[in-house]
Ligand binder design. Structure first.
Ligand code: CU
Length: 485
């Protein structure tokens, strides 16, 4: 019984904020029911087959079967979520900036939607881009309770074919069992027994001086049965028809619970034009890293000939891969193995350092800086921020409306952590003590031993989650909140 979500949700179930937020989650009084239609999203159970074996998972889809939502910048996000999975759930709109009561974090933004009930959402969409939605309840995300949330805007080209590529990690083992196994520590991590108060990175080094060669990060602590691209493996991949000589916009979403990848475009050069929905000065390449919860928008110019172009995602630190196949004309489709010829390295910040926001934050001195040491104990699988594993009694980080706030993430553990702030876009402004005007985004990777600073404007008052997006780290306590009015 206790295995489910451990203390994370049981602790917040009784939170006082819960009752307050309940009525505010359903702002029906403000809804102009005449002028805009409401999109229905159903949370449902579904069966899928992975490598020929059936499995029961979850989904977020419209009554016509469409997964997630495609909408436009400037429109209202007017949605009703119906919970038909027979247990409580709540959906987070990852990367959006709704009023805090509609952010979809159980016990922080509001209570979960009880089985058989629904909740309404209604807020304006401030910007466009590639976003996504996922359950923030317990370990439901591991059961593929995630979907694209695509917001078109003036950047989209009418002559461009849009292709969404959702990546996920999949296991036939129930998530509660995966979590229990992690807590038992049957896997021998390099840092087993590291005390939770340890203040240095692995091998004692810290910050910029550390190289990946001297300090092998601890990756992939869950052994997955498959990696999915749009719910399929390379044994039976999605084949997308494209025009020879045409243009393609790949919207890649890493909805994995725990897995980071290198996108491999093979023969094609891609132009990276946005990360986490926000425009960057274009960067051309064939390989792009994507951490958990991040998104990449990549433009492709397709050569004018019949051919197939696999778009692959290779697991970091491993050779397992997944992907889809773009097919121009009637080219024959070759089978792609689900292991790459060479293992992929761990993700680094090499690309992050090169990214430059097209619309950076206005230059301004920070009014406040919070340091968040990313801490944990591999052996007992307790993860924390500043050595505090989150409970509802942890006080929110204080900030004030109108402030420019900086968050300094210092990773003192041997694992990389993709850090996500809710309700605000932030800008990456410093890596290992070097300032620069980096990407605007909502999730940033902090590799072992690294120091990353992000800046944001406190322009959306409320109680907001800030956490590692690795599902089992988040559930184990690498989570906190910040609050302002
Ligand atoms: Cu983490």
């Amino acid at each position: 019984m206790l295995s489910r979500r451990a203390f994370f949700l049981s602790a917040i179930a009784t939170s006082a904020a819960t009752t307050l937020a309940r009525s505010q989650t359903e702002p029906r009084a403000n809804v102009d029911t005449n002028s805009a239609t409401q999109t229905m999203l159903r949370l449902e159970r579904r069966g899928i087959e992975v490598n020929g074996k059936p499995s029961s998972v979850l989904r977020i889809s419209q009554p016509d079967g469409t997964s997630g939502i495609v909408t436009r910048s400037g429109a209202q996000f007017r949605v009703r979520v119906e919970n038909k999975i027979g247990e409580p759930s709540l959906i987070h709109w990852h990367g959006l900036t709704p009023p805090w009561q509609q952010d979809g974090v159980p016990g922080v933004s509001g209570p979960p939607i009880p089985a058989g009930q629904s909740a309404d959402y209604d807020f304006p969409l401030r910007f466009g881009g590639t976003f996504w939605m996922h359950s923030h309840q317990g370990l439901q995300e591991q059961l593929l309770m995630a979907a694209p949330l695509i917001i078109h805007d003036q950047r989209d080209r009418p002559d461009e074919q849009e292709i969404v590529l959702m990546l996920a990690d999949f296991s036939f083992t129930p998530p509660e069992e995966i979590f229990a196994t992690l807590k038992k520590g049957t896997k021998m991590p390099p840092m087993a027994g590291m005390p939770s108060g340890a203040s240095t990175g692995m091998d004692g080094s810290k910050g910029a001086g550390m190289t990946m060669a001297s300090a092998k990060p601890d990756l992939n602590d869950v052994k997955y049965d498959a990696f999915l691209a749009n719910d399929r493996t390379l044994g039976d991949p999605e084949v997308v028809k494209i025009e020879p000589g045409g243009r393609v916009l790949l919207r890649i979403i890493n909805s994995s619970s725990m897995s980071a990848f290198h996108i491999d475009l093979g023969a094609l050069d891609g132009e990276l034009i946005a990360v986490d929905g926000f425009e960057v000065a274009p960067i051309t390449g064939k390989r792009f890293p994507i951490a958990v919860a991040q998104r990449l928008d990549i433009r492709l110019a397709i050569p004018n000939a019949a051919a197939t172009y696999p778009v692959l995602a290779v697991l970091e630190g491993d050779n397992k891969q997944t992907g889809i196949i773009l097919r121009a004309g009637n080219a024959p489709i070759a089978r792609i193995p689900d292991t790459a010829t060479a293992a992929s390295s761990a993700l680094t910040l090499d690309l992050e350092r090169r990214l430059r926001a097209v619309a950076p934050l206005e230059p301004r001195k920070a009014d406040r800086r919070h340091t968040l040491n990313l801490t944990g104990n591999m052996a007992s699988y307790v993860w924390s921020l500043n050595n505090v594993a989150w409970t509802k009694d942890v006080p929110p980080l204080p900030i004030a409306k109108g402030e420019r706030v900086e968050l300094l993430f210092v990773n003192q553990t041997p694992m990389p952590h993709p850090m996500h702030l809710h309700g605000h876009e932030f800008q990456v402004v410093e890596i290992n003590d070097e300032r620069f005007s980096g990407a605007v985004r909502d999730t940033v990777l902090v590799p072992p031993g690294h120091r990353v600073v992000v800046a944001f404007d406190a322009n959306n008052p409320g109680l907001w989650a800030l956490h590692c997006h690795l599902l089992y780290h988040l559930d184990a306590g690498m989570f906190t909140t910040l609050r302002y009015v």
